[in-house]
Design a protein around this ligand. Structure first.
Ligand code: 5GP
Length: 234
């Protein structure tokens, strides 16, 4: 297979048609822009499965995604899209960089849902960026940003409902979008690698913060999320 791109956690290969590509999930886990790196056996398979179930669920509610079909446990066939170089973060509860940046205790409630953007650029460390900066730099047009924000908020509503059924609190998550057939579609993945997921009963962290913060038992909790997501999806 012809490799088109290799990122920190996925490899993209040319697909059977011009407009498709294969996306392979790797077991590699990184944090701090690649400063911390480790192989976590089975992570690729578990994240692929979680993400595939969620993308299936979202598409049933009208969210357009890059997902076409599962090829192997760690590989999907996807629509090729021109990735908008933005990390779109939705926050329901203060945590992570939001807490450290503004000095707010992790777990504090927010008066409204936050949607924030970072410019996806490893050399610059993915700096936070505003709407007018995004349009000024030509990263995306205002109409695209409006669509991205609308989709992100709709996805948030759907995910809160889904994870609640799985006994999980959706604290925050990161999305990536791409341009395809004149529209905007959801790309990348939704998994414990890019979402903060806390146990509804105990507030225990079940996501990548366990890796970032050396809390241990990373794959135990990823497996547990998969188990609950599968059950919620029945
Ligand atoms: P924070 O900005 O607090 O670090 O992250 C907010 C949310 O977006 C978290 O759920 C985090 O996992 C996700 N996120 C932000 N940046 C990245 C990134 O570069 N990679 C991944 N996998 N997730 C990210």
């Amino acid at each position: 297979m012809e490799k088109l791109y290799e990122g920190k956690s996925k490899i993209v290969y040319a697909g059977p048609d011009e407009w498709t590509c294969y996306i392979k999930y790797k077991d590699t886990a990184t944090a701090g822009n690649g400063a911390k790196k480790e192989d976590l056996p089975e992570k690729g398979r578990i994240n692929a499965k979680i993400s595939n179930i969620i993308y299936d669920y979202l598409s049933k509610y009208g969210i357009k995604t890059h997902m076409l079909r599962v090829v192997e446990p760690t590989m999907i066939l996807a629509r090729k899209a021109e990735i908008v170089p933005l990390e779109v973060v939705v926050r329901n509860v203060a945590a992570g960089h939001f807490s450290s940046r503004y000095g707010i205790e992790e777990g504090s409630p927010l008066k409204n849902i936050v949607v924030e953007y970072s410019f996806k650029n490893d050399d610059l460390g993915d700096p936070l960026i505003t709407d007018s900066m995004i349009t000024a730099l030509g990263i995306a047009e205002q109409a695209e940003l409006d669509k991205i924000k609308e989709q992100a908020l709709k996805i948030n509503e759907l995910l809160i409902r889904f994870f609640d059924k799985a006994g999980i609190r959706l604290i925050d998550f990161k999305l990536e979008f791409g341009r395809c057939d004149g529209g905007i579609i959801l790309c990348d993945e939704i998994s414990p690698d890019c979402a903060r997921l806390w146990d509804k009963a105990t507030n225990e962290k079940m996501d990548k913060d366990r890796f970032r913060r050396d809390m241990g038992d990373v794959m135990y909790y990823y497996e547990e999320i998969l188990r609950r997501v599968m059950k919620a999806n029945e």
